[in-house]
Design a protein around this ligand. Structure first.
Ligand SMILES: Nc1nc2c(c(=O)[nH]1)N[C@H]1C(S)=C(S)[C@@H](COP(=O)(O)O)O[C@H]1N2
Ligand SMILES: [Mo]
Length: 411
């Protein structure tokens, strides 16, 4: 039978406090006897005064302060170890810009589409917003997203923080190309930014007509200046560099333009002394985000959590090893699993206090399996420009509970 509560107990909230204590067997918490009147008084403090009023713009809790971190002095990384689910808050989306963030007035800025088209056209932000819109969730990852010099005391953010995910809204590029028309011999287009880097990449027309988007919104609001305001090219699953921000010009052509960004940069030197050009699709990879450095584990149950993604489509499986790779278990994938999108994986794990190493391995719907570091080095060789390093990463758990990145030398 349920105990009857007095009106006074309900008003002061005492019953609530007692209830919380009684249902906390998972934590080594104080028993009801140990809960002093002073503690109870503190717990009730928030109920004795009016909270703050509604405001024009919300803020994070004063107790939470996730931060992007500068990486290699040219970028800032997402704090992967501090986030949950799959969407990156827009103000924590990683940044990479080659000549800073330009200030672009949407009333002045336009997108020109010309070259091998029937009718060259210009589009303002207002024009784009009037057209049929599309929305999708996908990741953007820099192809240089692995710090090969990382030591043991490295967080996921410092190791691989140049990947983030948003819900993007904009106009399908195919809708715009339908307006301009494209000549029969057209096969490529140049995408050029309006920043001081005038970053430009050649993109196959097939990708442009497939799932390319001119994105003007990020997680429901105008795209952030760091992400390309007023609009950027979004190429789901393709290396970050091809997702040209502050987009001002698309020139349709029958051949690639061989820009600086696709010849001297963003090519992959191979063992054979040759280089791989236009290696633009991001292969599958995964990273455990918890427990990782700087966590200190306590014995007992914990949930291993991480992210897996692939530029080739959906993640179909993530395997986790809690014994340095001897045995692998299937992690649970948090649905809905989307194509070309960060996918959250979890695995409950009971740590017995012995030192070990945690690993994760992603498999995508094309059948591709995330390679080990050895397999990656053996298949590609390692030149001086390390792009597309998507190998399995490990986290050492020491017997004192300290979790460290299992750093290994690259060459
Ligand atoms: N115009 C322009 N677009 C750009 C860049 C740039 O410097 N200028 N950097 C590229 C690189 S290298 C990456 S990884 C992504 C990063 O996108 P983000 O800053 O929105 O995360 O933008 C790409 N688009
Ligand atoms: Mo990048």
């Amino acid at each position: 039978m349920r105990k009857k509560l007095s009106r006074r107990q309900i008003l002061t909230g005492l019953s609530g406090v007692a209830g919380v204590v009684a249902t906390r067997p998972l934590l080594a918490a104080d028993s009801a006897e140990q809960l002093s009147l002073e503690k109870i008084d503190q717990l009730l403090a928030s109920t004795r005064q009016q909270g703050w009023a509604p405001s024009g713009l919300g803020q994070r809790s004063a107790f939470e302060s996730p931060q992007r971190l500068p990486l290699y002095n040219i970028a800032s990384g997402t704090p992967l170890q501090d986030l949950h689910g799959t969407i990156t808050p827009a103000d924590l989306h990683f940044e990479r810009h080659h000549a800073g963030v330009p200030t672009l007035d949407p009333d002045m800025h336009e997108l020109l589409i010309h070259g091998m088209v029937d009718k060259p056209l210009k589009f303002s932000l207002a024009d784009l917003k009037r057209m049929p819109s599309v929305t999708r969730v996908c990741f953007i990852e820099c192809s240089g997203n692995l710090n090969i010099r990382a030591g043991e005391k490295t967080t996921p953010q410092q190791l691989s923080g140049l990947t983030s995910q948003s819900e993007w809204t904009g106009v399908a590029l195919s809708t715009l190309l339908n307006e301009t028309g494209v000549k029969g011999k057209a096969r490529w287009f140049l995408a050029e930014g309006a920043d001081a880097a005038v970053l430009a990449r050649s993109i196959p027309l097939a990708k442009g007509l497939d799932d390319a988007m001119i994105a003007y919104a990020q997680n429901g609001e105008a795209i952030r200046p760091e992400q390309g305001y007023p609009f950027r090219l979004l190429l789901p699953g393709w290396e970050g560099n091809t997702n040209v921000k502050w987009l001002r010009r698309l020139e349709v052509s029958d051949q690639p333009f061989m820009t600086r960004e696709e010849t001297s940069k963003y090519t992959d030197p191979l063992k054979s002394d040759k280089s791989r050009l236009f290696s633009v699709v991001m292969d599958a990879r995964s990273i455990i985000t918890s427990p990782t450095y700087p966590s200190v584990l306590s014995k007992g149950w914990t949930e291993i959590r991480g992210l897996a993604w692939s530029g080739h489509g959906k993640i179909v499986q993530v395997d986790v090893s809690v014994d340095g790779g001897r045995r692998w278990q299937k992690a649970a994938l948090q649905g809905p699993v989307l194509s070309k999108a960060h996918t959250r994986f979890t695995l409950p794990w009971r740590w017995d206090g012995t030192g070990t190493e945690l690993l994760s391995r992603a498999v995508d719907e094309s059948g591709y399996i995330q390679p080990t570091r050895r397999q990656l080095i053996d298949s590609r060789g390692l030149g001086s420009l390390p792009y597309h390093l998507n190998c399995i990463l490990g986290w050492q758990v020491r017997s004192d509970g300290q979790v460290l990145y299992a750093a290994e030398p690259w060459a």
